[in-house]
Design a protein around this ligand. Structure first.
Ligand SMILES: C[S@@+](CC[C@H](N)C(=O)[O-])C[C@H]1O[C@@H](n2cnc3c(N)ncnc32)[C@H](O)[C@@H]1O
Length: 291
């Protein structure tokens, strides 16, 4: 297991929730290294693998080469366009959809992608290849806009101090690396004991903003619901409260979905001991109604 580039979170719970059957089509909207998809293939299902990181294509090819009876089709793109991507791959109906949100261990481990505050690299944070980078935001936005992003998406109490310190620092020299940004953010923090790295929330906020993660999630949920056939299931793994809130509300309000999880499922103690990423995971599952 530990040889996998990214340990799939709550694998048994997701397989049980989506119950992939031979010949069924499961859309894995966040394919990553394909850990969940492998389990769907092992049960005879076909997989439509979507990931906005073109690097995932390599993992999809390797998974297809394993020779499972089901098919693997890969499309690079954002799951906010799920129906269009599925149609381009010849998939018109899904029996199951999985969204395992956020970044993969591979993306965090590649310093040059600029996601990690513990590794120095260029300040980028884009999961795909387009749009503004984190450096564009940090060096170009007005102090109020930066503070609003850091507050809203990072739930950072010191958002104003952090934003002001960023603006002071960039006036001396543009902030172009994760290491420098982490230092600047840390210097804005009041002294005292800390439970987490002071840059964690600011980095989370910039990543969510740069990738429009919450907008993509909302559209992805809508597209997935339309793509699912009657009785098809949608499983979403969220890693922070902003995402989980959107999923919870959508499942509750969509007239075409019946939530199957009243409270989100969480990873077992054994899993969280083996995989720290699983600690914050919340899994919600819903079923597409006939209408
Ligand atoms: C947590 S990882 C998924 C790991 C995967 N379940 C596995 O077991 O290997 C999330 C993946 O989803 C991708 N991703 C995140 N948001 C996306 C979006 N809006 N559209 C397409 N891919 C996205 C990321 O590039 C990353 O590869």
């Amino acid at each position: 297991m530990s040889d996998l580039p990214h340990l799939p979170v709550m694998l048994a719970e997701i397989v049980e929730a989506l119950a992939p059957r031979p010949g069924a089509w499961v859309v894995d909207g966040t394919f990553g290294a394909g850990g969940h998809s492998r389990a769907f293939l092992e049960r005879g299902a076909n997989v439509l693998a979507i990931d906005q990181d073109p690097g995932a294509a390599e993992y999809a090819a390797a998974l297809a080469a394993e020779g499972h009876p089901g098919e693997v089709r890969f499309v690079a793109g954002n799951f906010r366009e799920m129906e269009r991507l599925a149609a381009s791959a010849g998939v018109e109906r899904a029996d199951g959809v999985l969204l395992d949100l956020g970044v993969s261990s591979m993306q965090l481990d590649e310093g040059e992608r600029g996601f990690a505050f513990r590794q120095d690299g260029p300040l980028d944070m884009r999961m795909g290849a387009e749009g503004e980078s984190a450096a564009d935001v940090v060096n170009g936005y007005a102090v109020d806009d930066l503070a609003a992003i850091i507050y809203r998406y990072g739930e950072e109490r010191h958002s104003r101090r952090v934003a002001r310190r960023i603006v002071e620092a960039r006036a001396k020299a543009p902030i172009t690396t994760t290491g420098r940004l982490a230092e600047v953010v840390a210097s804005a923090y009041p002294p005292g004991p800390r439970r987490e790295h002071p840059a964690r929330r600011t980095f989370q906020a910039l990543r969510i903003h740069v990738n429009d993660e919450l907008g993509a999630l909302q559209e992805g949920l809508e597209g997935a619901t339309r793509l699912l056939g009657a009785g098809g299931r949608l499983a979403v793994l969220a890693y922070h409260s902003l995402e989980d809130r959107i999923v919870k509300q959508y499942f509750r309000e969509s007239p075409r979905l019946t939530p199957l999880t009243k409270k989100p499922l969480e990873a077992s103690a054994d899993e969280t001991a083996a995989n720290p990423r699983a600690r914050s995971a919340k899994l919600r599952v819903a079923e597409r109604s006939a209408a």
